[in-house]
Design a protein around this ligand. Sequence first.
Ligand SMILES: C[S@@+](CC[C@H](N)C(=O)[O-])C[C@H]1O[C@@H](n2cnc3c(N)ncnc32)[C@H](O)[C@@H]1O
Length: 272
Amino acid sequence: MASSYRNLHTPTREELNDASPEQLRAYYATNASINPNLSVASIPPTVNGVRERTAAKVGRMAGMAIADYQGMLHGFLVGLVNAKRILEIGTFTGTSAIYFATALKRNGVKGGVDETGHKPVVCLDISEEFAEIARSNFREAGLEDYIEVIVGDARENLAKLSNITFDVAFLDADKVSYKYYYDTIIDKGLLNKSGLFIVDNTAFSSVTTYLDVPVPVAADAKPLDVKFDIDFNHRETTVALHEFNEYVRHDPRTEAVMLPLYTGVTLLRFIN
Ligand SMILES: C[S@@+](CC[C@H](N)C(=O)[O-])C[C@H]1O[C@@H](n2cnc3c(N)ncnc32)[C@H](O)[C@@H]1O
């Protein structure tokens, strides 16, 4: 790739296509080294054991869960926008949903199904196996009244959601669909005008980023043979994210900022 991150050149699709995996990774290298132990925020007890239980079930795929530091950031943002309802696309075994629900509860939001027919955190995930693990993690955390998981392709289930608006929408499922999720949420009015999008992995370059994360797999763990397409196309994902980034950069409806946290976290809000 001709250009580097330092001179802030935005690579073209052709440049991304020509780049080696090492160049992609170097280009998108982000600050993955923030140590939660140095953070002034604390990891809530509701996430205790979630990573260990996840790793015991899915092995190294457990690295797909958001990091604690990012979860603490999400909790902070939930407070900042005074969120009452959150939409999450891509739940896996529930780490990010637990951070969201913990923050809602701390902010005084009550659990249970409300007049919209939903609990405060509505999660969409395609995998019944992951959803089952997530639900048991929600029970362990005492947050089952706060979080529901709707299983199926989020592209279809998003289209079915109606008569509800959210204060935060978190995108963390298949990256190639981010633009579709973003546009559908806006077009259907699913995000309040003062709401916040949080979009994960926007500077992602390789799934090995997940797999490089050390996870606490117990020696006697026998991970499930979970049917999940971990072998998805890295380049297709990278290019789709690049196109998403360019799309939102030029979208007059919103303003965006990408935080150089882990594999990139983009925050977007509506411009009046
Ligand atoms: C990176 S993981 C989410 C991690 C999660 N937010 C956490 O903190 O643990 C991505 C998830 O997206 C789900 N997924 C992938 N494609 C999907 C689709 N088309 N619709 C719904 N979920 C999808 C996968 O099953 C997986 O659980």
